[in-house]
Design a protein around this ligand. Sequence first.
Ligand SMILES: [Zn+2]
Length: 67
Amino acid sequence: MRKIIIALFVVGLVGGANAYPVSYNKNSHIYHKHNCEWAKKCTKNCVHIDSREAIRRGGRPCKVCGG
Ligand SMILES: [Zn+2]
């Protein structure tokens, strides 16, 4: 059991190497870091996902915060 937990942890680390939490705007397809002023303003159309998922959905990084 312990080995399985460690294996999952390692897979999670490798798989999520470049992923971080972002606010993704479903309308404009732009994603922001959570501390971005635009992320704070975006309450209606934004979902909290990770950066890889945002890119997978066709998202572009915000010009202010860099995504
Ligand atoms: Zn931003």
